[in-house]
Design a protein around this ligand. Sequence first.
Ligand code: SAH
Length: 215
Amino acid sequence: MIVDTFRHQGMRRRLVDELRKKGINNELVLQAIADVPRHLFMDNAFLEFAYADKAFPIEAGQTISQPYTVAYQSQLLLLEKGMKVLEIGTGSGYQTSVLYKMGAKVYSIERHKVLNNKAVALLQELNYNVKLFYGDGFKGLPSFAPFDRILITCGARIVPPELVKQLAVGGILVLPLGPENEQVMTTVIKKDADSYEMMSFDKFKFVPMLENKAP
Ligand code: SAH
């Protein structure tokens, strides 16, 4: 059952104010964070922390990203309503929901079946119309390509070549790039069929992206 009280909504407004102070200024992103009931994406034990700007553990040894990180990545996407977006690492489905509320047509892949199942059930209950897949995001979703935007929500050692292929010309890929202990938030802008340009931003720490590990 979905319970979203005035108290929860008030806590989300405070979270939005906090994110503004930390430099997030994209109104589409902030409105989506104000809309999505983050407490429903967390285990009971963490409910009282749902609107703290912190990452928390979810099942399968993974994490729900910190709201600031979700906002930061969403802002770098330069998303416009109606765009087709591929997310790698559905996890709890929270970031997926933020992209949906920003008006994107969202496709998201997760390689842990238990997380995929849970996200499918919750997003259906919330009536969020997104397409969730169980599989290896390192390979992307070739049959649904091209995508206007791609967002990787796990730490990638390299820019996954299949994902660049599946990006539309003029499209943007946002990913935390680097080794396990620390990644640099990076955007890859596809210039034409075989060239792209990269830009580096702040440092973050994500759970690792698994490569070529069949789920
Ligand atoms: N966007 C999520 C963040 C989850 S953490 C949220 O808002 O909750 C990153 C997720 O990436 C984990 O669930 C992990 O299982 C998943 N992941 C790691 N490597 C992957 C891969 N190759 N394909 C798909 N998902 C992957």
